[in-house]
Design a protein around this ligand. Structure first.
Ligand SMILES: NC(=O)c1ccc[n+]([C@@H]2O[C@H](COP(=O)([O-])OP(=O)(O)OC[C@H]3O[C@@H](n4cnc5c(N)ncnc54)[C@H](OP(=O)(O)O)[C@@H]3O)[C@@H](O)[C@H]2O)c1
Length: 230
């Protein structure tokens, strides 16, 4: 699809990967980018429209769908990390991770499906993780695996309406989410460049880094090798 002249929604678009997506989309020629935050800050760029959004709140999602009813691209980026311990974490804590990372993204997909379906060449982008595919990341990994599966179902359902669905997998990127982890990280700008390329090429999946590509290859191997130490 053509990013030039497009209108885009980036959930969580004011910091971390979301801010990098916003910059890269504007550099690629997007005309307007709606960026959300739970407490949005004003922008001095007239192409950037900040909106308040909490993806766990249906009324908030509906209000954003009303305000951004002209978008060609939606990037489901908002997400939180979560506890890795499955046996010792209260289920209610894991439900909070799912409510943001899984059902938050689904609320956005449901609210924006009619908006996107009315456009000529629309795309929904879901941000997964390499942790969708490996054990060791508890509720966070499980939430990304669930979102991956939902994206695969959305791709089938939205194809009838002409909407492309792009799933994005990556290892660690250098944002607030990973600040406590001392490990190699890709830059948010590199993640954003890969996603912009994927949108332009109508890709169904982007494997941003070497770790995502090699873990995807390993899915056909022994399941006990699909492990991460965090
Ligand atoms: N960083 C990595 O290594 C990495 C790797 C793989 C996948 N990812 C995924 O990439 C996405 C962005 O991650 P990041 O690293 O940029 O994280 P981050 O720096 O922690 O930023 C998280 C973003 O999500 C938004 N958000 C969180 N809860 C929300 C809610 N209930 N409603 C609306 N927005 C909410 C935040 O908005 P506020 O401004 O309102 O807080 C913020 O913009 C996430 O889905 C994450 O799981 C990240």
């Amino acid at each position: 699809m053509q990013i030039t002249g497009s209108h885009v929604l980036v959930t969580g678009g004011q910091r971390g990967l979301g801010a990098a997506f916003t910059r890269a989309l504007l550099d690629a020629g997007a005309e307007r980018v709606y960026v959300t935050a739970r407490t949005p800050r004003p922008s001095d760029d007239p192409r950037v429209v900040p909106l308040a959004l909490d993806v766990t709140d249906q009324a908030s999602v509906d209000a954003v769908a009303q305000a951004a009813s002209d978008v060609d691209i939606v990037i489901n980026n908002a997400g939180i990390t979560g506890p890795h311990d499955v046996l010792g974490t209260p289920v209610v804590e894991m439900q909070k991770v799912f409510d943001t990372n899984v059902f938050g993204a689904i609320r956005i997909a449901q609210a924006f499906a009619p908006v996107l379906a009315a456009k000529e060449s629309p795309t929904l982008v879901d941000i997964h993780s390499v942790l969708s595919w490996v054990g060791g990341a508890g509720a966070y990994g499980a939430s990304k695996a669930a979102l991956w599966s939902f994206s695969n179902s959305l791709r089938v359902q939205l194809a009838d309406r002409g909407v492309s669905v792009l799933g994005v997998h990556l290892g660690l990127a250098d944002t607030d989410m990973t600040a406590r982890l001392d490990a190699p990280k890709v830059s948010p700008a590199d993640v954003a460049a890969a996603v912009v390329r994927g949108i332009e090429e109508d890709a169904h999946e982007v494997l941003v880094d070497e770790v995502s590509a090699s873990v995807k290859q390993a899915l056909s191997g022994p399941v006990e090798h699909l492990v991460v130490q965090l």
